[in-house]
Design a protein. Structure first.
Length: 328
């Protein structure tokens, strides 16, 4: 192979600074693999798999890939052998090998994708089915990784999805019912609390009302007691004053009676010594003074009795006086 046909290899050899024989030797070592690899890489682009049933095309891709792999392995062996010579030779060898690998690896990888087209399609389908199953199951299962969704049969997944949905709906129903129960319990508790508060307010108001009424009653009772005591004291004072007055009057009456008795005794003594007309006149004087014995009464009936007695006494005295005056 001429150097003009391997420009890239030639450039690396020229840049390495190796002497011409060594450079030609290295170039000769990689020339044939380069030629074969380039030809296979160019040919690989013509293999395009679009149908997973294209087994022949996949087989061709496999054959090409394995040939390229063999060349790559041969190149690696050449590289290792040449690298053992000198450092500068190794640099040139590495450069050439890298160029070759840069040529071969993309083509090799491409051919592998063509070779494994059906397998890759299956992998993509499995991944898509797995993602779909995860998306379908996630709303109902907390940990989808617990199930082998990738290898599970379609019927098995349908059963799992159905059971999980039923279980999740049952759990959700129980949760909703529990929340409703708790809400009802909270509502009942709130109603009970409000009722208790209202009852406490009512009881407090009643207690305050009773306390005010009791206080008012006690104040009234104390006031009534004070008034009663005051009235009792006043009545007592009045009674005592009346008793003192009565006692004074009785004492005056007794004194007057004593005085009168003495006067009567004196008058009687004088009458016994005086003529009859003088005796009668002395009696009239005694009768005139008898009104001093009349008591001072407070009731209407008693006052009427005293007044009647006084009128009768005056009438009697006047009648006696007329008779006495008619005496010689």
């Amino acid at each position: 192979m001429k150097a003009q046909e391997n420009n890239q290899l030639v450039e690396i050899v020229n840049e390495s600074g190796l002497d011409k024989p060594k450079a030609e030797s290295i170039l000769a070592a990689f020339a044939e693999p380069f030629k074969s690899a380039k030809a296979l890489a160019d040919e690989s682009r013509s293999i395009i798999i679009t149908d997973e049933d294209d087994r022949e095309g996949m087989q061709k891709a496999r054959v090409k890939r394995l040939k390229l792999k063999a060349i790559r392995c041969d190149i690696e062996e050449i590289r290792k052998g040449l690298k053992e010579q000198i450092v500068r030779e190794g640099k040139a060898i590495d450069g050439m090998a890298n160029i070759l690998k840069a040529l071969i690896v993309p083509a090799e990888e491409y051919l592998e994708t063509q070779e494994k087209f059906a397998e890759l399609c299956e992998i993509r389908r499995n991944e898509e089915r797995y993602r779909e199953r995860v998306a379908l199951l996630t709303p109902y299962v907390r940990n989808v990784a617990a199930y082998d969704l990738l290898n599970m049969s379609e019927d098995g997944f349908k059963d799992l999805l159905s059971d999980s949905k039923i279980a999740a709906e049952a759990v959700e129903k129980a949760r909703v019912e529990e929340e409703a129960r708790q809400a009802a319990a909270r509502k009942a508790e709130e109603a009970r609390r409000k009722e208790t508060e209202a009852e406490n307010v009512r009881l407090k108001a009643e207690a305050e009302k009773r306390e005010k009424e009791n206080k008012k009653a006690q104040e009234k009772l104390a006031k009534d007691r004070e008034i009663a005591e005051k009235k009792a004291n006043e009545e007592k004072e009045k009674r005592l004053a009346m008793e003192r007055e009565i006692e004074a009057k009785q004492r005056a009456v007794r004194e007057e009676a004593d005085r009168q008795a003495k006067a009567e005794a004196e008058a009687k003594r004088k009458m016994e010594l005086a003529p009859d007309k003088e005796k009668l006149e002395a009696m009239l004087e005694s009768l005139d003074a008898i009104d001093a014995y009349f008591p001072e009464c407070t009731s209407k009936e008693a006052k009427e009795i005293v007044m009647a007695a006084n009128e009768n006494l005056v009438s009697t005295i006047d009648a006696i006086r007329e008779m006495v005056e008619s005496l010689e």
